[in-house]
Design a protein around this ligand. Structure first.
Ligand code: NAP
Length: 521
């Protein structure tokens, strides 16, 4: 069994404790262990800030963008190995691994291209504003790279993409990173970091990894550092309460869980209904529903409730679930046996409050050894969603969704909003006016609104795919964070300051100055 070492202060260091074991969720075999015992997090961060940060900031945006391109190439060269690790440790079929591994490579290449076009000077945000008569004294906002370290805490479901979608904007900004992957799937993150370190692409201190739960993970941060967290709302809440964040002002971004929606428009379009059904089935089954963006709630006009339930159930019945090593299997395993128990508990909870429209556990034979973490898809129905608060609150992080009817569009928008802030809502309709109205109404409580009609059916990027060009995050329940969205992502790793002075001095802040800043989103 491999013991995954930590990489801090430019050295690989095994933990001194007993460690936590990572398993194959299908076969139950022990694969590796993580352990952070004995790590000195203060020294780790100090090294990253002084060595990594200084070296990264000495480069231009374009030079750092070139480093991202090289990282992408290393990942591409080792892609087969990552697919194999994912198969063993996450229990995913090849198409699902692609979302994680190829999604990471694409995100890196996107930021490499974007960064290659950035100017290498201080960014002036907007025009200067006069503060005195005749503009004798004025104010100009500028943005400069943060000088702290970025701690990236990731969830178990995206060990690859979860790292690189955060790392790309941070490194491009000139900020060194320390990644702490989720323990259950840390192997893939670890292998990628190891390959990038061995390829000697980044300056010393720019990239470190700590596995498990290091002592002082947050205590050792200082007020000018950043934490970018992905995981459950409960963990986010407990981290938010940490003194460094609550009291000292460490910048904190949270991407948490969310009960995302799919909404079928009121127009009687069969084509739109087909598109919704297809997307719901895809979202239920990709990564066995273990995506923060997966569709959890489906809203359809009352008159179509039965027909849509039947159409989704018919498609789900054809899904082969089981050991991803079997070529006929389309949907693999949950990530661990603990998750398996948690999903079964969530299913039991929803069963008390909903009707069962499709029960995969009786309709589908799971093609895996007994005791595997595979679970079949479930579709629930809640005919009176107004009096069923649970369906708007509970995120069962597996292949589980609930269908609900709505009376009219106002009712539909109100029901969607009861998720109290989600990452994404998708809308299916052939009525462009309704789509535009839905976009504006849902934007207030969603980080992304995904509009699908027949015109875009073949080219749309998918309800659940977080594209680097678009904002990823959501208000309220979803954590209130923002990631990706092109250059917007760089904001988190920069500081904005208002510079007040004479116009002559303010004029010197622009292109002639060699200190690096960020372009406007
Ligand atoms: P989790 O239990 O909250 O763990 C997330 C991360 O936080 C892991 O790295 C975990 O480390 C770490 N952690 C937990 N407690 C900690 C503590 N006290 N101090 C420091 N670190 C701590 O979430 P998960 O089970 O991995 O992921 C599933 C959840 O993430 C779902 O609810 C899903 O919706 C959400 N998610 C959201 C997004 C998004 O972008 N919005 C993306 C993916 C997943 P250990 O693994 O070592 O415990």
């Amino acid at each position: 069994m491999i013991k995954l070492a930590n990489y801090t202060q430019g050295q690989w260091q095994e933990g001194t404790g007993p460690g936590t074991t990572l398993y194959d969720p299908v076969l139950g075999t022990a694969l590796a262990s993580v352990d952070a015992g004995g790590l000195d997090m203060a020294a780790c961060y100090d090294w990253a800030r002084t060595q990594g940060g200084t070296a990264l900031r000495a480069l231009s945006y374009a030079e750092r963008a070139a480093l991202l391109k090289q990282i992408g190439q290393v990942l591409q060269d080792n892609r087969d190995k990552y697919y194999d690790i994912s198969l063993q440790n996450s229990g995913t079929v090849q198409n699902d691994t692609a979302v994680d591994v190829d999604g990471a490579i694409y995100t890196l290449s996107y930021y490499a291209k974007l960064g290659g076009k950035l100017p290498a000077h201080v960014h002036l945000e907007g025009e200067s504003q006069g503060l005195a008569r005749d503009n004798a004294f004025a104010s100009q906002h500028i943005e400069v790279p943060a000088r702290g370290v970025a701690l990236l805490i990731n969830a178990f479901n995206f060990p690859s993409w979860g790292l690189w979608e955060k790392a790309a904007p941070a490194l491009l900004s000139g900020v060194p990173i320390v990644v702490k992957p989720a323990s259950a799937t840390a192997w893939l993150t670890h292998e990628m970091v190891k390959d990038v370190i061995e390829a000697n692409i980044l300056p010393a201190g720019a990239l470190s990894i700590v596995c498990g739960r290091p002592e002082g993970l947050l205590d050792a941060l200082n007020a000018l550092d950043m934490v970018s967290f992905t995981g459950s709302a409960d963990t986010a809440a407990s981290l938010r309460g940490h003194r460094r964040i609550q009291h000292d002002g460490v910048r904190f971004n949270a991407e948490t869980d969310s009960v995302n929606s799919a909404l079928l428009g009121p127009d009687d379009s069969d084509a739109a209904a087909d598109l919704l059904v297809r997307e719901v089935v895809r979202e239920l089954t990709i990564k066995s529903g273990q995506k923060c963006t997966a569709i959890r709630r489906i809203f359809v006009p009352e008159s179509r409730y039965e027909a849509i339930a039947g159409a989704i159930a018919a498609k789900l019945k054809t899904i082969t679930v089981g050991d991803p090593r079997k070529p006929e299997v389309r949907m693999g395993s949950l990530v661990s046996r603990q998750q398996h128990e948690a999903i079964l508990a969530g299913i039991a909870q929803l069963s008390h409050h909903c009707e069962i429209l499709f029960n995969g556990s009786t309709e589908i034979t799971i093609q895996a050894e007994a005791g595997s973490a595979c679970v079949a898809p479930m579709l629930f129905g809640a005919k009176d969603p107004d009096t069923n608060p649970l369906v708007h609150q509970v995120e069962v992080f597996g292949p589980v969704a609930t269908l609900m009817p709505y009376r009219d569009t106002e009712h539909a928008f109100e029901l969607v909003r009861r998720g109290m802030g989600s990452l994404v809502a998708s809308v299916y309709s052939e009525d462009p006016q309704f789509m535009a109205q839905a976009a504006i109404r849902l934007a207030e409580s969603h980080g992304r609104v995904h509009l699908v009609n027949t015109e875009v059916a073949k080219v749309q990027t998918g309800h659940g795919n977080a594209m680097p060009q678009s904002n990823h995050g959501g208000p309220g329940r979803a954590g209130g964070g923002e990631e990706l969205g092109g250059l917007r992502a760089l904001k988190f790793y920069h500081r904005t300051a208002a510079i007040q002075g004479s116009p002559d001095i303010l004029n010197r802040l622009g292109p002639a100055n060699t200190c690096q800043g960020v372009a406007k989103p």
